[in-house]
Design a protein around this ligand. Structure first.
Ligand code: MLT
Length: 267
């Protein structure tokens, strides 16, 4: 399917289907193309909007140093510009951090929130130190070398050979990301605050998709958030790392479809 490409609030995005709007936010070093194989099936149930975050993909030139909350504010401006009332927002990893910051400031705009390999907890001290090391590494050796090392471990080890084309796709996305966006978003993720209280307060349904073998959003550390929302749907994927949309495309699509249908019934 050829997505319908548009731009609003200066952000390029794809827009297909009709009905309740579902905004898809990609993660770090990714673009909206990570959602490509979900667009057609999902858009028969709802309006699917996939955005390139500022600094990435077609919006690569739009980046200036930001916080996760600033990025959420830009998504809010986008929602206003498109005249959307309530949306379902699904974020992959860093996209989930942004969706949570959106939920903190604009909860009335959410009909559903999806954390796709993401977490409401802040970085541990160890993770913050690893982020600083990544920044040093990128400064020294460049983005290409960083991305070559960063991407393969996002996939469950036992399937890396079989999924080598998907690994290459993500490596290419990362290599096309400007160095400034890569470094500044690492800083923004490092400095983001704990938003677990937001999950406790949120009134809309929350979807969690988690990989048991995720090394970027550690499963054991993030699992205690599953109990926080009043209304949560939790899917735990075995033999899966950080990129279920590639590692388990059929199941994760079904999880999104079922969540959309659930939200439609109750909203
Ligand atoms: C992402 O996939 O967005 C990042 O790896 C998340 C993170 O590093 O916390």
């Amino acid at each position: 399917m050829k997505p319908n490409l548009k731009s609003a609030n200066a952000l390029a995005y794809s827009d297909s289907g009709e009905g309740i709007p579902v905004i898809l936010l990609h993660g770090f070093c990714e673009t909206k193309e990570i959602w490509n194989h979900f667009l057609e099936p999902l858009s028969s149930r709802c309006r699917v909007i996939a955005i390139d975050l500022p600094g990435f993909g077609q919006n690569a030139a739009l980046f200036k140093p930001v916080t996760i909350a600033d990025l959420a504010e830009q998504i809010y401006q986008f929602v206003l510009e498109l005249n959307l009332d309530k949306v379902i927002m699904i974020g992959h990893s860093m996209g989930g951090y942004i969706a949570l910051a959106f939920a903190e400031k604009f909860p009335q705009r959410l009909a559903g929130l999806g954390l796709f390999h993401s977490t409401a907890y802040a970085d541990t001290m160890e993770k913050k130190q690893a982020r600083d090391k990544s920044i040093e590494f990128i400064d020294r050796y460049g983005t290409d070398e960083f991305v070559d090392e960063f991407v393969p471990p996002l996939f469950f080890e036992g399937r890396r050979k079989e999924l080598k084309d998907d690994i290459k796709l993500l490596i290419d996305m990362g290599k096309n990301t400007p160095k400034s966006s890569v470094i500044e978003t690492i800083r923004a993720m490092r400095d983001r605050k704990d938003r677990s209280k937001i999950l406790e307060k949120i009134s809309c349904p929350v979807l969690f998709i988690a990989g048991k073998n995720d090394i970027a959003v550690n499963f054991a550390l993030s699992a205690s958030q599953f109990w926080l929302p009043a209304n949560a749907v939790v899917h735990i994927l075995n033999n899966t790392g950080h990129v279920g949309m590639f590692e388990r495309p059929k199941e994760t699509l079904l999880m999104l479809e079922q969540f959309v249908e659930q939200v439609k019934i109750i909203s």
